[in-house]
Design a protein around this ligand. Structure first.
Ligand code: ZN
Length: 208
């Protein structure tokens, strides 16, 4: 059995006690390689490293690397501009001047020229790069958040997974005992045998 569980939803009528807090839960972590499954509240799937860890997609991990790179660039640009004062105030100033300048261009070229004198084209370019980088950063951040929400794959902690393996073995022993008893006491009422041994049923997939 490999440590790979997929979170699924079951119908309300198929709710089972949560493995952590025993409240009725509609989410089941299903491991096809067992098969093994355990019911859990959604809340325990978040920030609960003693129980379970999300296994994110390659796409998510790549987006995360991108996010870190863009964040570093953003910090660099922002700190460079911070030396000249609050950068967003500064950026706003440049762009409002730029807007004014464009309007004035047609009416009064002389005034536009004097107004833009105090901001060098280089500084304006820096501000544009900063704004672009910030836009890019929020876009990647949105994507990361989206991919995080979409994740359904989980890995149990070592202790938790080992306890599942032990449980699985105990279940298999129970099954074997049942088969043997059936063979040895073919006269025993099968109903009674079934009552003595309980078999868990595979969870049915509900609406996602
Ligand atoms: Zn719970």
């Amino acid at each position: 059995m490999i440590n790979e569980y997929i979170a699924r939803k079951v119908a309300l009528k198929d709710m089972q006690p949560c493995v952590i807090c025993s409240k009725p839960a509609t989410t089941v972590l299903y491991n096809a390689s067992g098969p093994d499954w355990l019911y859990t509240c959604d809340i325990h799937l978040q920030d609960n490293p003693q129980f379970v860890m999300p296994v994110y997609s390659t796409e998510y991990n790549e987006a995360l690397v991108q996010l870190k790179l863009v964040k570093e660039k953003l910090d660099r640009l922002a700190s460079a501009q911070n030396q000249l004062g609050s950068w967003d105030g500064w950026v706003t100033k440049i762009f409002s001047k730029k807007g004014k300048q464009q309007k004035n261009d047609s009416k009064n070229p002389d005034l536009a020229a004097t107004e833009s004198d105090d901001i060098s084209p280089e500084a304006r370019n820096d501000a544009e790069v900063l704004l672009e980088t910030q836009k890019r950063y929020s876009k990647i951040l949105d994507n990361v958040t989206e991919l995080q929400k979409k994740n359904r794959k989980y890995e149990l902690t070592k202790i938790m997974f080992e306890s599942r393996i032990l449980r699985k073995k105990a279940e298999q022993l129970n099954c074997e005992r049942y088969r043997k008893e059936q063979e040895n006491y073919s006269n025993t009422d099968p109903e009674e045998l079934l009552r003595k041994h309980s078999f868990p049923s595979v969870p049915k997939q509900g609406k996602q």
